[in-house]
Design a protein around this ligand. Structure first.
Ligand code: TYD
Length: 150
């Protein structure tokens, strides 16, 4: 279930509708499963960087930022966690709990990651090298630009 929290229902469909779960191709045989992510095919960007988050303490939230240009695919490789995406008008919560399903996130989305299980390992595949100047860390600044850019 993806409960949707409508912040401003008077607005036309926005960037949040472009954030979606992606089913990744699986190769199954008696030896197990092999899941593939190919840049430009399974995601619409070249994968320039990968990082993973793990050993998140109980009741700790991560994220609390947005990106100006970066696109990404977020995958729970093990365990589970939730990602709340927010385009400045609407919020949507996605549960990530399977290594063959990823959450695709477009630019100009604020995200919070919550409810990590103790065994959770999250993988981020992203379209840009690390560049702190490309982040929004201030929600008010993000909201101003996100609302102006629709
Ligand atoms: P941060 O953005 O706070 O993590 P989260 O995704 O949970 O919001 O990043 C934590 C630290 O790691 C911060 O000091 C920046 C650094 N970092 C890098 O050096 N390279 C990277 O690719 C990323 C994503 C973070």
């Amino acid at each position: 279930m993806n409960p949707r929290n409508t912040v401003d229902s008077g607005q036309a469909a926005g960037k949040i509708d472009r954030c979606r779960m992606v089913e990744l191709p699986e190769h199954s045989d008696p030896r197990g499963l092999l899941t593939v992510v190919e840049g430009g095919k399974d995601v619409d960007f070249d994968i320039k960087r990968a990082y993973f988050i793990h050993h998140v303490p109980e009741n700790v939230a991560r994220g609390a930022h947005g990106h100006r240009r970066l696109r990404q695919l977020i995958i729970a490789m093990h365990g589970s966690f939730e990602v709340i995406v927010d385009d400045g008008f609407e919020k949507e919560r996605f549960v990530l709990d399977h290594p063959s399903r990823g959450l695709y996130v477009v630019p100009m989305i604020w995200r919070d990651m919550v409810n990590f299980t103790p065994d959770a390992v999250g993988l981020w595949l992203v379209s840009e090298p690390y560049d702190e100047s490309e982040y929004y860390r201030d929600y008010a600044e993000f909201l101003r630009d996100a609302r102006a850019s629709r």
